[in-house]
Design a protein. Structure first.
Ligand SMILES: Cc1ncc(COP(=O)(O)O)c(C=O)c1O
Length: 369
């Protein structure tokens, strides 16, 4: 498996930050981005737009939904702002949203600035267990308009009980949005089963698809009521109508697209997502859990991420107590790529990691037990 990816010299455990590129991606990019541009008789747009459609089709397969419900986006923050300004239930005065202090800060920034000024964001305090549905239920109230759910919390290595939170939101007539930035490509999510209202995600982490290929998904029920504000000709039902006095929203999620789209990031990401679709995200997760068990068998006392596999994400969080800084230094000196946040070192095992990589890591960690 290692030979299929570009990898650095030492073990690479940073897939929660940037996944490694497939070796085959470069050729795919040359064929689908450069070739139509370099060799085509006419302009390359038909092929380029087809390549972006491959991206939404790949996402539909990954999340078990329809391609027309996905819109390419630059990043999650931008997708979130656009959605809030477009949806009548989120753009209204005095909107009330529930999220966690453990969510990625950029998500909070985007909400604070895009919600109307009299709106309220209620935070589940950082110390509470976001893997526990009872914690969510104790905060969710019928006067709230939306719950923001991170499928995975990157600093604590926890998964949220997404299906149960969405079900509770429906009972309370709240909207639900799932952020899959840290889960896509390692923790399977079936939109037909979970049925949230919205989903935002990217391709840069476990999907190994590079930056700039994010996406916004809306349910069939929510899509028609959305009226995006920052539109462009690619948001139009007929981009080539060219009547400056007439604008009509595209009937698909592409109404969120805007002006002339970027293409290159989606060509890269579509190839990678399709590779993972063929391989199977459930197999990525099974491999990830197997390597996590290998580490925990020997170093369980360092782990601060959950012991239950159902609550644990693709990332283990390890803390060396008083020797944490020394532990990080020694890992770096041995060419082992991990990073650290306030709860500890973040260690992610992907399909391109193997037992030897984990054994190398364990040999260093054991000095800190
Ligand atoms: C849970 C989560 N959401 C969102 C993001 C990134 O958001 P954006 O694409 O706006 O940079 C990250 C990045 O690490 C993340 O971990």
């Amino acid at each position: 498996m290692k030979t299929q990816f570009h990898l650095p010299a030492g073990p690479y455990f940073l897939s929660h930050s940037v996944g490694r590129p497939l070796r085959s991606t470069q050729q795919h990019f040359n064929e689908h981005f450069f070739a139509p541009w370099q060799q085509g008789q006419s302009e390359p747009w038909p092929q380029w737009l087809g390549a972006v459609q491959d991206f939404t089709t790949a996402l539909a397969r990954l999340f078990n939904s329809e391609a027309r419900l996905f819109c390419p986006q630059v990043n999650l923050s931008s997708a979130l702002s656009k959605l809030v300004m477009a949806h009548p239930g989120l753009s209204k005065a005095k909107c009330k949203v529930l999220m966690s202090e453990q969510d990625f800060p950029s998500m909070g920034f985007a909400l604070q600035k895009s919600l109307s000024p009299d709106s309220e964001i209620v935070f589940i305090p950082a110390g509470e267990d976001v893997s526990d549905i009872q914690v969510w239920q104790s905060h969710m109230q019928a006067d709230m308009d939306m719950v923001f759910i991170s499928q995975v919390y990157s600093n604590s290595g926890r998964q949220a009980p997404v299906t149960d939170i969405v079900a509770t939101a429906k009972e309370l007539s709240m909207l639900s949005l799932v952020d899959v930035a840290q889960g896509a490509g390692v923790i399977p999510l079936d939109l037909a089963l979970v049925q949230p209202d919205f989903l935002i995600g990217s391709s840069v982490k476990w999907l190994c698809g590079g930056p700039g290929a994010a996406y916004l998904w809306l349910s069939n029920e929510q899509l028609p009521s959305c009226e995006p504000k920052d539109v462009g000709w690619f948001s139009h039902a007929n981009p080539f109508e060219f009547d400056i006095h007439h604008f009509a929203y595209h009937d698909s999620a592409l109404r969120f697209w805007g002006g002339t789209p970027s293409v290159a990031p989606y060509v890269l990401a579509a190839h990678s997502i399709n590779w993972f679709n063929d391989f199977g995200v459930d197999k990525v997760r099974a491999h990830n859990l197997k390597l996590q068990r290998q580490l925990l068998d020997e170093c369980e006392s360092l782990a601060v991420s959950p012991m239950s596999e159902q609550h644990r994400s693709g990332t283990l969080i390890l803390h060396g107590g008083a020797k944490q800084e020394q532990m990080m230094r020694e890992l770096g000196q041995h060419n082992i790529s991990v990073d650290a946040r306030h709860l500890g070192a973040r260690v992610s095992f992907h399909i391109y990691n193997d037992e030897q990589d984990v054994a190398q890591l364990i040999s260093i960690l054991k000095r800190f037990i």
